[in-house]
Design a protein around this ligand. Structure first.
Ligand SMILES: Cc1cc2nc3c(=O)[nH]c(=O)nc-3n(C[C@H](O)[C@H](O)[C@H](O)COP(=O)(O)O)c2cc1C
Length: 175
């Protein structure tokens, strides 16, 4: 049986999770940028950083799948917002649903992990985007703020690290 961990990471937090998962499971981890053919794998574990609701590289990668009936598909998102917040979790799942084929979504086991951010490392486009988003939510009354808004307000312009490798345990069990 042939398995693969594929990750989409801009700033390395998702890559850290993918490499730790690879170490624990002995499954090779590769960036989505380096993967050409995915149909010969039985088990595909995709980890992607959340960028404005999108999962980096996920739809581009999973679009290459043509027959999934005998496959196991595990998806994990890595974001700043709190994945134990039910509304947030539902938003992430609805976003995923709109980004991948229906049958892949229905087959996939989905997990949510927390990453981190270091504003001093963001590229110009990402910095600008965060500034716009921050300005749009910073004055919202607390009851109107989503988990995403709160995470952004609390971490804006800072360096934070919520990486917790123990959150990989449930994915390892699933594998
Ligand atoms: C431009 C931008 C957009 C982001 N959008 C989201 C988001 O929609 N939801 C979320 O939870 N985190 C969001 N984040 C935070 C990232 O998901 C988080 O930093 C993650 O750990 C990045 O993964 P990476 O280091 O592997 O690139 C965003 C970060 C940036 C810079």
């Amino acid at each position: 049986m042939s398995n693969i961990i594929i990750y989409g990471s801009h700033y390395g937090t998702t890559k850290q999770y993918a490499e730790e998962l690879s170490r624990r499971t002995n499954i090779e981890a590769v960036s989505f940028k380096d993967i050409k053919e995915i149909n010969n794998y039985d088990k595909i574990i995709y980890l992607g950083g959340l960028y404005a609701g999108g999962v980096l590289g996920m739809s581009k990668t999973l679009k290459k799948l043509n027959k999934i009936s005998n496959k196991t598909i595990i998806l994990a998102t890595i974001g700043l917002s709190d994945p134990t917040d039910e509304v947030n979790k539902n938003n992430i799942r609805n976003n995923i649903k709109s980004q991948i084929p229906k049958e892949v979504f229905e087959k996939a086991k989905i997990f949510h992990l927390r990453g981190g951010i270091d504003y001093s490392k963001l590229n110009f486009a990402h910095k600008t985007m965060m500034k716009l988003l921050y300005n749009a939510v910073k004055n919202l009354p607390e009851e109107k703020q989503t988990a995403e808004d709160r995470a952004m307000i609390e971490t804006y312009n800072k360096k934070v690290d919520f990486i917790d490798f123990s959150s990989l345990d449930k994915i390892v069990s699933e594998i």
